[in-house]
Structure formats: structure tokens, C-alpha cells
Design a protein around this ligand. Structure first.
Ligand SMILES: *[C@@H]1O[C@H](CO)[C@@H](O)[C@H](O)[C@H]1NC(C)=O
Ligand SMILES: *[C@@H]1O[C@H](CO)[C@@H](O)[C@H](O)[C@H]1NC(C)=O
Length: 242
């Protein structure tokens, strides 16, 4: 494969070049936010030396990875690493069209442009783009639909969610935001109630929210003792009245 050989040669050549000349400090910073599955354009703008159009090579690197995952040279099919094949294309002159954004795309992208006939020139790192991949919340732990507890016991309901940005968890009881107290502890993934009273029985809701969305899961806390007592009460009242 002649293209493969060419790219290998160019990669070596540019590594050597970068090593000898050092890196250019002239670069632009961008931050881009995308949802999983979306398409984004990672910008990279540059100027030709002395304003004259000359042949150039575009490299896109992930941070801390020496080998570019995308290399473009006019007239040749671009080289792409396995995990970006079919997902990236060049938007001339040097920006990158990244489609179907994945979680693993989160982080820094570095664009470097090399002018082929200017050996004395440094490689131009013309932009660093930080890609933030957002995702709506998703539960990783849910409390049970129904819990039976007795007065005086303690109760722990678990609820956790992932997402980007990290979802915030809130608890509601009978549609009111639950506040911490001596007996109610609100921890990051748990709600803990000690020395349960009848007023603690009811409908609980765990809500996970970030900028991308909000989800809820319900948990009914029923007093086992109270149910039994009320059963006895209703039973005795029927026997008394009859
Ligand atoms: C990016 O690539 C996709 C798939 O090839 C294409 O549909 C889309 O129009 C491109 N976006 C831009 C801005 O060129
Ligand atoms: C410039 O780009 C090269 C890859 O072509 C990269 O290894 C290097 O870390 C970049 N330098 C800076 C300062 O970002």
C-alpha cells in the first residue's frame, strides 16, 4: 500500500521536524459541547506563510497521543486511525468534521498544520479544541417500588445516576423537596431515615437532573406496623359495631 508507506514516512518526518524545531506557541483555544451521537465541527484556522498558498499537511491529534488519528494531504485519501474511521472528514482548509460523537471523544484535540516546502518553519499547532460530551442523566441505582417498614425502624433508599455534567440528585416526599434533619440524612447516593415515624410514610421520589434532562423514580414507603394496626382497628370497629 503506497499510501500507507507515504503516511508512515510523513509521520516520521513530522515527528523529527517537531523534535528539531520545537512547538509553536501560537494557537487558539476552543471549547465545544456536544451530546452523544451529534456531529460537530472542530475548528482549525491558519494562515499561509507570506499569504502565499503552498502545499500543506493537516494533522489532528488527541492529547497525549503522538500519532495523529487523522492526517490529510491534498490529493491523497486521508489517513485515519481505527477508532475514527468513517467518523471524520476534513472541512477545508483544516477543520475537522467529527460525526456521531462518543463518550470517548471527550477531551482535547490538537490541530497542527505543516507547510511542505518551508523546511525552516515550525509545525503550527493552530488550535486546541476541548470537546465536552454531554449526556442526559441515567439511573444506575434505583430504590424499590414499594418498601414496608415499621415505626421505630430505619430505612435506606438508594438512588444514583450518571450523566454529563454530573447529575444532581434530589429527594421529594409527597411532592415536596425533602430536607435533612436529625433523623433524615441525605447522602450522595442514599436517603437514610432513622427512628421512623408514621409521618415518614408516603410517596418518595428520587430526581436526577443536569442541563441535558431530568428523570425521576418513585418509591412508596408503607408502614407495615401501621397497616397491621389499622387492619386490627378496622376489624375491631366492625366487630364492635356488629
Ligand atoms: C460531516 O459529515 C457528515 C457525514 O459525512 C455529513 O453528513 C455532514 O454534512 C458533514 N458536516 C459538515 C459541516 O460538513
Ligand atoms: C503540537 O502538536 C503536536 C502534534 O502534532 C503535539 O505532540 C504537541 O503536544 C503540540 N504542542 C502543544 C504545545 O500543544
Amino acid at each position: 500500500m503506497i499510501f500507507k508507506k507515504l503516511w508512515r514516512f510523513l509521520a516520521w518526518f513530522m515527528c523529527l521536524w517537531a523534535f528539531i524545531t520545537g512547538y509553536s506557541p501560537r494557537e487558539k483555544l476552543h471549547t465545544i459541547t456536544a451530546l452523544i451521537g451529534e456531529d460537530v465541527t472542530l475548528p482549525c484556522a491558519f494562515e499561509f506563510p507570506d499569504g502565499k498558498k503552498v502545499p500543506y499537511i493537516v494533522n489532528w491529534n488527541r492529547e497525549n497521543v503522538k500519532i495523529p488519528f487523522f492526517m490529510w494531504y491534498d490529493g491523497y485519501p486521508p489517513h485515519m486511525s481505527e477508532n475514527y474511521r468513517g467518523r471524520v472528514s476534513l472541512i477545508k482548509p483544516a477543520s475537522l468534521n467529527l460525526t456521531n460523537v462518543q463518550d470517548s471523544d471527550q477531551g482535547w484535540f490538537i490541530c497542527s498544520v505543516f507547510f511542505l516546502n518551508r523546511v525552516s518553519d515550525m509545525p503550527h499547532n493552530t488550535s486546541r479544541v476541548q470537546l465536552k460530551v454531554h449526556a442526559p442523566p441515567q439511573f444506575t441505582q434505583k430504590p424499590p417500588d414499594v418498601v414496608y417498614v415499621k415505626v421505630g425502624e430505619s430505612l435506606t433508599l438508594s438512588c444514583a445516576a450518571i450523566g454529563t455534567p454530573e447529575p444532581e440528585i434530589t429527594w421529594l416526599k409527597d411532592n415536596r423537596v425533602l430536607k435533612a434533619s436529625v433523623t433524615v440524612q441525605i447522602l450522595s447516593t442514599k436517603l437514610r431515615i432513622t427512628r421512623l415515624q408514621e409521618t415518614d410514610f408516603g410517596d418518595y421520589l428520587c430526581k436526577a437532573r443536569n442541563n441535558e434532562g431530568s428523570i425521576t423514580v418513585a418509591s412508596k414507603v408503607i408502614g407495615a406496623g401501621a397497616t397491621f394496626r389499622s387492619l386490627v382497628r378496622s376489624f375491631s370497629s366492625t366487630t364492635v359495631s356488629s
